[in-house]
Design a protein around this ligand. Sequence first.
Ligand code: FAD
Length: 571
Amino acid sequence: DDAVLWLLGDQLNPDLDALADADEVLLIEAHGFADRKPYHAHKLTLVFSAMRHFRDDLRERGHDVTYAKADSFGEGLDEFLGPRSAADLRLMRPASHGAGERLRELVAARGGSLELLDNELFWTTPADWREWTDEPDGEGSGPDAEREPIVAEDGTAERRYRQEDWYRHVRRETGVLMDGDEPVGGEWNYDDLNQETPPDDWEPPERPRFDPDELTRETHAWVRERFDTWGSDSLDVFAWPVTREEARAALDAFVRDRLPSFGRYEDAMVAGEPFLSHSLLSPAINLGLLDPREPVRAVEEAYGERGVEPGAYDPADDAASGGSGATTLDAFSEGDESDAGADDGDDAGGTDPAPVPLNAAEGFIRQVIGWREFTRHVYREAMPELAAANQLDQSRALPPAYWDGDTDMRCLSEAVDHVREYGYAHHIERLMVLSNVALLYGADPADLNEWFHLGFVDAYHWVTTPNVVAMGSFGTDVLSSKPYAASGSYVNRMSDYCTSCPYAVSRTTGEGACPLNALYWDFLAEHEETLRETGRMGLMYSHLDDKDDSELAAIRERAGAVREMAANGEL
Ligand code: FAD
């Protein structure tokens, strides 16, 4: 019997071990999901174009590929299995909850069999996680196992996982940035150095661009015609890698140009600058074009070659000398047969890349082996309850500004516009603006989760759900003991938005006061029973306790007015 490997649209890696002994490869381009909801046009173009490029790449490498275009996986399987009497398929376990079992049933119903393999595109396995959580084998893991829900019906967690502990465990197990048993530099975490905002004259490194080729253009034209989409549907700003070569080039560009300033400005927000020094690699990693080990190893290696002490390199010094633009993309454009990223030939090369301070390397690595692997396992453990978790009982529909970007609140309009334009916003905009506003406003976490899922080019259920429902909306305390809630002063500290915002960040009540301020105190007052108890909010509650009745009444009145304006699209 032929060994058939079925690969999903987020498993697009030609170097998988699973491919080595596959006689045949099956790819099903299923369209039905995009008929049901308005996804960002760039997201659909990205996923479908990457799948089509992958098909061609595999064929060039000599694989026998069946590429079925269908409404659903079931239809695609009909097409593939129909002419055969039987087939044994193998599939890397899908990241999405329950999908492995659903697909196994679909195959079985058509007379075939489906074997589920470990998903190579995550660094750590369910067994690694189990070992860390100390759960006996089989318990609380794997869809077949008997398990008590981790998240109870009221949203409270029966068990809480700590990212920082997991992160240290994975560092030890993998040896990444380790000096024997000790973390390189002596500390596990240099986040205190990663909270600066850049000076006005600092210019972020240029975003690597991968100009859409013929196949991407064709795919995009079809997406526009075939689906109702959301967000920008012009390809002018579409610059995501769609092939493995481009993804590798994007990684090289990040390590060379952006990594030096990644750490220091990681939490900053700057008007008109959606990308700053972020890696922009999540779309490629989540499609499988990059294996998560690659960016981690590349950053570790760069630290080995160009590393300096934590904080020892200041990108602002380069800004003053006009030097930061000097690191260019031609490191990868030369000798690369695709014209990946070779879009800006005029930045002369030749300048050595800037040093990599330890806080940048460590900060990046923590995002990938800490947060990314962590959220994946928390999702596995806490689904299906996680998706519906809503311990604060928040039920408002998202304000229309999330869809049309039409609001005077500068922070919100910037962040929503980034999503509408690029299908991307960086982490702090996602957490401290887009989630924070929804959290304080009282939006239903599941609604917000869907909004993220539709609008972001890197969004998949396994990654949005823990990030949006647990971290952003505090629908459950499974991964943090307190909500990421903040008033306008946080946004003011971390961005330049408030200076050009018509709302006054210095004021809490009355017309024209920053909406986040009243919403913040009102949120604390509203959810006092749940939040004061956490013990982590003591300081904030002591400030709330200091407010007298009339002040509190004014706050609550302003919060009510803000909510009404938001609901009516008048914020
Ligand atoms: P960088 O800042 O350069 O980070 C490097 C890499 O670390 C990312 O590429 C990503 O692979 C990983 N990473 C960092 N933080 C996380 C995290 N919390 N969870 C998982 N991976 C992480 N990430 C997604 O990949 N898809 C999503 O749909 C998504 N939705 C999010 C929604 C909310 C409300 C929040 C708070 C976070 C979300 N994240 C999501 C995590 C994170 O914001 C993005 O991974 C990151 O902004 C992607 O941009 P980047 O590649 O430039 O990231």
